[in-house]
Design a protein around this ligand. Structure first.
Ligand SMILES: NC(=O)c1ccc[n+]([C@@H]2O[C@H](COP(=O)([O-])OP(=O)(O)OC[C@H]3O[C@@H](n4cnc5c(N)ncnc54)[C@H](OP(=O)(O)O)[C@@H]3O)[C@@H](O)[C@H]2O)c1
Length: 256
């Protein structure tokens, strides 16, 4: 039986939990990384007969998280998995408002979780899978979950815009690296659409006097324009399975 490995950050809730659930249902091995663990996912893994490890890790300490991932990968046999995927999905908003009103520690944390951790985890993943059979077979992928806000700016969330623009651009750079690799991994920074999760709750709860776009987010919710986490996960995983995955390093799940 084929063995597929996915390392997934932000697996505890939101779209990440839905991605984990769908991967487990297909029998994949999932390593979930979040601060909290999700007991329902353990039950779903058991029901599906799939392997799930949940690591309670704060990605604000990105070097420690990357070391743990690299050590774990190094301890696996290079022949075990038919495919290996890293999905950098975790991210955090900061308190909604203009940059000058932000808390420095909160800003720094959001940058570490949303940008530093994906960059370091990608480096660890690419290094550790270098000699893997899956890599030789063209079956190693990095999927960075980006956002439309990395591509068009919005007021009151400078850190999030910077994180996602940075994620898009480091993905472009890594894709160029991979064109010189003997056995390239495929990398994509993907905007997942608008999803009915805690992140949207946070945006709708923003103070309108400090958040000019708040009404737009309220209207998307009342107008039924948000994808459920499950629907968004299905679209993201369908994109991941596309035969041309990696041909466009910066993409949108709504791309035809
Ligand atoms: N929702 C949307 O409309 C939307 C739109 C465009 C892009 N996105 C992107 O899609 C991805 C998923 O978003 P979502 O809406 O599902 O978010 P969410 O519901 O807020 O979930 C965020 C996930 O990230 C994890 N996380 C946050 N801080 C962390 C930390 N310090 N260390 C480890 N894990 C941490 C959380 O787990 P813990 O709290 O347990 O640590 C949680 O599992 C994000 O990259 C987001 O930027 C979302």
């Amino acid at each position: 039986m084929a063995r597929h490995l996915t390392i997934l950050t932000g697996a505890s809730r939101g779209m990440g939990a839905a991605i984990a659930e769908q991967l487990l249902q297909s029998g994949a091995t999932v390593i979930g990384i979040s601060r909290a663990t999700n007991a329902e996912l353990d039950a779903k893994a058991a029901a599906a007969g799939a392997t799930l490890e949940q690591w309670a890790i704060d990605l604000a300490d990105a070097p420690a998280a990357a070391r743990r991932v690299e050590d774990w990968l190094a301890a696996q046999s290079a022949e075990t998995f038919d495919s290996a995927t890293l999905i950098n999905n975790a991210a955090a908003l900061t308190r909604i408002g203009p940059l000058e009103a932000s808390d420095a520690d909160e800003l720094a944390r959001a940058l570490r979780v949303g940008l530093e951790a994906p960059l370091l985890l990608t480096a660890a993943f690419l290094r550790a899978t270098q000699g893997w059979r899956a890599r030789r077979d063209g079956q190693c992928k990095v999927l960075n979950i980006s956002s439309g806000l990395g591509r068009s700016a919005m007021a009151s969330q400078a850190s999030y815009c910077a994180v996602k623009a940075g994620m898009d651009h480091f993905t472009r750079s890594v894709a160029l690296d991979q064109t010189h690799a003997a056995h390239p991994a495929h990398v994509v920074s993907l905007a997942p659409g608008v999803i009915d999760t805690d992140m949207q709750v946070q945006l709708r709860a923003g103070d309108p006097s400090r958040f000019p776009d708040r009404d737009r987010f309220v209207q998307m919710k009342t107008g039924g324009q948000l994808d459920s986490p499950a629907a968004a996960a299905t679209k993201v995983l369908a994109y991941l399975r596309r035969a041309d995955f990696g041909s466009k390093p910066v993409a949108d799940v709504r791309d035809a």
